[in-house]
Design a protein around this ligand. Structure first.
Ligand SMILES: *[C@@H]1O[C@H](CO)[C@@H](O)[C@H](O)[C@H]1NC(C)=O
Ligand SMILES: *[C@@H]1O[C@H](CO)[C@@H](O)[C@H](O)[C@H]1NC(C)=O
Length: 208
């Protein structure tokens, strides 16, 4: 079975990229084709979804290091990588907020829920990347959707008590949008991967 090595290489790939600093001049060294594919992809995704932000998408994908493969597969990986990096940073933020002690019981409980949601989200993003790299696109889509849901669940936790303001609105929105980028691209790839044979079967049934 090839699944195990591919799975572990997915992990290594993600973590390697995470610990590899992005050079500050990466934007100026982006080539035209990278900008073009990012632009086209972000526009297509924004057309297909009301919650998708074109501006967020284009500014996020502009941070792609030149070393990355700039095709749709590469962009999907970058989306998941950015989500993983963001969620990791947010966990630090939550831990910091929990130790600063100025919050009431309700906010502390909500933050603790978020900490759990974000910790699970890290695992889910890595699982999504592994599923994506082994071409289990629908599994990857379900996982990435779960990450988006985690961000909204975290945000909603703070709205249950009047007068409480979420300290994580921006972080939750970032994770939501980054996951949405990955989800949209994985979906595009999965549609393209829908083989002509499967299509023939579907058409056959559809004609009954
Ligand atoms: C994206 O494409 C649109 C339409 O082709 C163009 O007007 C815009 O300048 C492009 N943006 C970037 C960042 O390349
Ligand atoms: C999260 O991602 C967004 C979009 O790429 C970026 O602007 C922001 O700096 C990131 N935040 C953290 C804490 O990593």
């Amino acid at each position: 079975m090839k699944i195990i090595p591919v799975f572990s290489s997915a992990l290594c790939f993600l973590f390697f990229l995470l610990v590899t600093p992005t050079p500050d001049n990466s934007i100026s060294t982006l080539d035209a084709s990278t900008i073009d594919i990012s632009n086209r992809t972000c526009r297509k995704c924004a057309e297909d979804s009301k919650t998708f932000s074109y501006d967020f998408c284009i500014s996020s994908l502009q941070t792609i290091p030149v070393s990355h493969v700039t095709n749709l597969h590469g962009l999907a990986i970058i989306g998941m990588e950015l989500a993983l990096e963001n969620a990791t940073n947010t966990i630090s933020t939550i831990k910091y907020l929990l130790t600063c002690g100025a919050l009431d019981h309700f906010a502390v409980a909500a933050l603790q829920d978020c900490l759990e949601l974000y910790s699970d989200a890290l695992v889910t993003i890595v699982d999504a990347a592994a599923a994506f790299l082994t071409e289990h696109y629908s599994v990857a889509e379900v996982k990435v959707s779960a990450v988006m849901e985690a961000s909204t669940t975290c945000e909603e936790g703070f709205s249950e008590k009047k007068g409480v303001v979420s300290p994580l609105t921006e972080e939750n929105n970032n994770l939501f949008q980054l996951s949405d980028i990955a989800l949209c691209i994985i979906h595009m790839i999965s549609l393209a991967a829908f083989s002509s044979m499967e299509m023939a079967i579907v058409l056959k049934f559809a004609s009954f």
